[in-house]
Design a protein around this ligand. Structure first.
Ligand code: F6R
Ligand code: MG
Ligand code: MG
Length: 366
């Protein structure tokens, strides 16, 4: 049976500041999703949040980039924005960049990860959601899951994975894409994905079967809107078990936090901390950045779950390590590498300061 899994998310207002989502906003989303399920548009859904981002996890039979599903998400976010405005939440409707829906939410602000799959006998799915970071944050974990035998022993000892995986990489600045066949091309792949602010892994495919193994949202709000209006706070769908990595191999990259961009004012590096959904409330210096993971089994498109995968004591060391890494970064204050390089910052006063001081700059003699 073919089923489409769509994860569509937007920041439609923070409670308080940019730290969390308000229950009334999520209740509105729940109400809209329940109606769509009753009317038969959706097979199933789950509404959740990661920090100030509302997440719609939906299953249906309409395929990817379907207007009906995208319109449903858009209308849901609009209805949620009304609630957010009534409560005067911070940045109500901030990710809805357009006034009119034009057939697809891509390019309109919300983040989208979708895949149409042939549901297997047992279809284990992990959905990662992050706040205070951007799409390139998935590069390191996706590389580890699908190309690093030190993370995924299945690549070595499971015959059905030994041929490897293909990675589709997007250049978000030049708007180009390229596919790398791994393991042969891991060095070429790393040249690009090691620069995650520009090159993002969009999807991963099982090379023998050609099946989709993972898909991420790669919208860069800053570039779409022609100016910085917020980081995209990305999502990623990963299929697990069988000829895909085991659930434990999919989660393992998060056992050691790594630095990502997007902390305070979208302009700082910070550790990506794996947390349960209730702990996805970035507060310290508006962070540190968080990642949650919900697991589901699909049963005829029904979402059997969620299982909150980071709600596990085995990730406590990772959280402690992330807090330590956050302390170390904070000691740099306004200096790089905590602060992002000038061209990556969401906020910058550089042009105004340069303008103010333009008459005071003197040419250096050799
Ligand atoms: C980071 C983030 C926050 C805000 C900050 C200022 O991605 O969302 O750190 O940038 O709280 O928010 P505004 O400009 O909305 O007052
Ligand atoms: Mg926000
Ligand atoms: Mg957010």
């Amino acid at each position: 049976m073919k089923v489409t899994l769509s994860v569509i998310k937007a920041d439609i207002g923070g409670w308080v500041g940019h730290s969390d989502s308000h229950p009334e906003v999520l209740a509105k989303a729940e109400e809209m999703m329940a109606r769509a399920k009753k009317e038969g548009t959706l097979i199933d859904y789950h509404v959740t949040k990661c920090g100030d981002d509302a997440q719609l996890i939906m299953t249906h039979n309409h395929g990817e980039e379907n207007e009906l599903i995208h319109k449903l998400s858009w209308d849901t976010f609009l209805a949620c924005t009304e609630v957010a405005k009534k409560l005067k939440l911070h940045g109500a409707g901030q990710d809805l960049l357009s006034d009119a829906f034009s057939g697809n939410v891509k390019g309109m602000g919300p983040g989208v990860a979708e895949c149409e799959i042939e549901e297997r006998g047992a279809e284990s799915i992990i959905i990662f959601m992050a706040d205070k970071t951007s799409s390139g944050a998935w590069n390191l974990p996706l590389y580890k899951i699908f190309a690093d035998p030190f993370n995924t022993i299945g690549l070595v000892i499971a015959g059905n994975m030994h041929t490897g995986f293909a990675f589709e990489v997007h250049d978000v600045k030049e708007h180009k894409k390229v596919t790398f066949n791994c393991p042969e091309e891991i060095y070429d792949l790393l040249v690009f994905i090691g620069a995650p602010s520009r090159f993002c892994i969009k999807s991963v495919y099982h090379r023998d079967s050609g099946e989709i193994a993972a898909v991420s949202s790669t919208q860069k709000l800053s570039l779409m809107a022609g100016r910085y209006v917020g980081k995209d706070d990305p999502v990623c769908i990963v299929r697990a078990q069988g000829h895909f990595p085991a659930v434990g191999e999919v989660l393992e990259p998060f056992a050691h936090p790594f630095y990502v961009e997007g902390w305070m004012r979208g302009s700082h590096m910070g550790p990506l901390m794996p947390v349960s959904v209730p702990d996805a409330t970035p507060s310290r210096f508006d962070g540190p950045p968080r990642v949650t993971s919900l697991g589901f089994q699909l049963a005829g498109g029904k979402l059997i779950g969620p299982k909150d995968m980071f709600d596990d004591i085995s990730f406590e060391n990772a959280r402690a390590e992330a807090n330590l890494m956050a302390d170390i970064m904070r000691q740099h204050g306004p200096f790089e590498p905590h602060r992002l390089p000038l061209d990556e910052m969401e906020y910058t006063t550089m042009p105004q300061v340069v303008d103010k001081l333009k008459d005071r700059f003197e040419i250096l003699e050799d």
